[in-house]
Design a protein around this ligand. Structure first.
Ligand SMILES: Nc1ncnc2c1ncn2[C@@H]1O[C@H](COP(=O)(O)OP(=O)(O)O)[C@@H](O)[C@H]1O
Ligand SMILES: [Mg+2]
Length: 499
């Protein structure tokens, strides 16, 4: 069935565990590759490799059969569809003319492929530049995954050696079982190498890299968050004209409703610092009649724990969790670990939710009143304003009102040495999903945003008149006359580039 003339096979490539030869199916003349093992594959099973390739055939090349060739496992070699005109990501990094559009497209397709795997309980376990291939259709890169050699189904891979490979995360070691966070780290590693080669300094992309490479696994994004994030950067920058599916197919856009699609895990009390007594004022960061928050740990990670005291607030709790999760995907809120459920007798009682504790942030009004008014220059203020509008816009794009925009609800942090400020939303409890409403009206948020911008630029004497007018118009008594978020964004964007 296959051309098999020992000594005459054309060698295409060498992997870590194999040599890849080019072959041909005699009857159809279809080109195939033959993967012949060099090392005795004692730590992965050839059959498992083939099975996962078949199971995930929408992501990997077709597995066609076995052929007897080679020295191990009963001379079994794999026959696999040949990826024509393909090259590995390592080859891609040797081009010097890759555009940012192509780079983003590759990242996005890669994230989609891993999403397809993770949602079907498969871990790749071996993500690096030579295990990803790209086929070019004109100037469009089509990502093809290869090498299920270490992939696992419904379990992790248990390493029997300390590999020291840099694409495995710091927590990986001998006898440790892999999990999805390790694939995310692997993706981060690939992204980082590509970024490095192309000297790309795009801040959004660097944020994605840093997120994936987070030291603590629980701080890395899930694959769904990653897809959403990269998709968003692409859309925002119009880098991708349309969503590119795997193998070049165009995927229909699915309306993503955060309140339906974002799942918030339930957390068991035993891992969470217990709720302090109400009399111990010192232990509470915030405390009023229907809710409060205190600092503690969840699984030994420092967190803020929010407690709800009344039944009416339980609905808000879900809204707040989902909205925070959504904002955190984009770096605009601390991440939510989950909802705190306490067992009281045989009843499960919802107590509140657990959120990442982020150090070093103060409320924007405090920042403005202390040093901000004096020290910030115009472009620094523009940067802060731009970030706040970006956050608002993310919600509006999902037809969600924030309804609670105020300098007191925005957190501010001086950048980590880079001079870039960071802002986050402190309170998303009032967000409202208007996606089912026949009439939507964002003008209240625009007004509130106007007052925030006013506060940010107030103490400057030489604010450009165009910006002043925009802020003024945002606060117009007549809602219809307030500008759209898009045009406000464009106005600020123009100042961002000039200064
Ligand atoms: N289906 C394929 N079509 C074309 N080239 C391939 C294909 N599969 C693998 N290769 C090439 O062979 C190399 C090694 O294959 P791989 O499956 O990663 O082997 P290993 O498990 O030994 O690492 C890849 O980096 C790639 O260059
Ligand atoms: Mg390989």
């Amino acid at each position: 069935m296959y051309i098999e003339e020992p000594g005459k096979l054309k060698k295409l490539a060498e992997g870590y565990y194999s040599v890849i030869y080019l072959g041909e199916i005699k009857a159809t003349k279809a080109k195939v590759i033959i993967k012949k093992y060099t090392k005795k594959p004692d730590f992965h099973d050839i059959e498992e490799e083939a099975r996962i390739m078949m199971y995930m055939s929408d992501v990997f090349p077709n597995f066609l059969g076995y052929v007897s060739l080679g020295a191990h496992m009963g001379n079994m070699s794999l026959v696999i569809e040949y990826i024509q005109n393909g090259e590995t990501l390592l080859d891609v990094t040797r081009h010097d003319d890759l555009t940012i559009q192509q780079l983003l497209s590759i990242w996005y397709q890669l994230a989609l492929a891993i999403q397809a795997m993770h949602t079907r309980f498969v871990l790749h376990n071996d993500l690096h530049l030579t295990n990803i291939m790209v086929q070019w259709k004109g100037d469009q890169p089509i990502v093809r995954m290869i090498d299920t050699g270490l992939s696992t189904f419904r379990k992790g891979m248990i390493g029997r050696i300390d590999t020291g490979y840099p694409f495995y995360p710091p927590e990986y070691r001998k006898w440790k079982e892999t999990n999805p966070t390790m694939d995310i780290y692997g993706l981060g590693f690939i992204f980082d190498e590509m970024n490095g080669v192309f000297n790309n300094e795009d801040e959004d992309l660097q944020m994605v890299v840093d997120w994936c490479l987070s030291h603590l696994p629980q701080n890395r994004p899930s694959i769904h968050q990653l897809v959403e994030r990269i998709g968003n950067i692409s859309q925002k920058s119009q880098y991708l004209q349309q969503k590119i599916g795997l193998n070049g197919g165009i995927k229909p856009g699915k309306a993503y409703n955060i309140f339906n699609d974002i799942q918030v895990p339930l957390l068991d009390s035993s891992k969470i610092t217990p709720v302090p007594s109400l009399h111990e004022n010192k232990l509470w960061v915030d405390l009023d009649d229907d809710k409060g928050s205190y600092r503690g740990v969840y699984k030994n990670i420092p967190v803020t724990i929010h407690v709800f005291f009344s039944n009416d607030s339980y609905l808000d709790l879900h809204t707040e969790c989902v909205s925070n999760t959504f904002a955190s995907i984009h770096g605009f809120a601390p991440k939510v670990y989950g909802i705190h459920v306490e067992k009281l007798g045989d009843k499960d009682v919802i107590r509140g939710f657990v959120q990442e504790y982020v150090a070093g942030y103060i409320h924007l009004n405090v920042a403005l009143n202390t040093f901000g008014h004096l020290n910030w220059n115009f472009s620094y203020r523009v940067e802060i304003a731009h970030q706040i509008i970006t956050m608002v816009r993310l919600f509006h794009e999902k037809t969600i009102y924030i309804d609670n925009i105020h300098v007191k609800n925005i957190l501010y942090r001086l950048g980590d040495g880079s001079g870039v400020p960071r802002v986050m939303f402190a309170d998303l409890s009032q967000t409202y999903d208007a996606s089912d409403d026949s009439y939507t009206d964002f003008s209240n948020d625009t007004l509130a945003l106007g007052t925030v911008l006013k506060d940010i630029f107030e103490s400057m004497s030489d604010v450009p008149p165009l910006l002043r007018t925009t802020i003024f118009r945002m606060m117009d008594i007549d809602p219809e006359l307030r500008p759209s978020i898009k045009s406000i964004m464009e106005r600020l964007g123009s100042f961002k580039n000039i200064y």
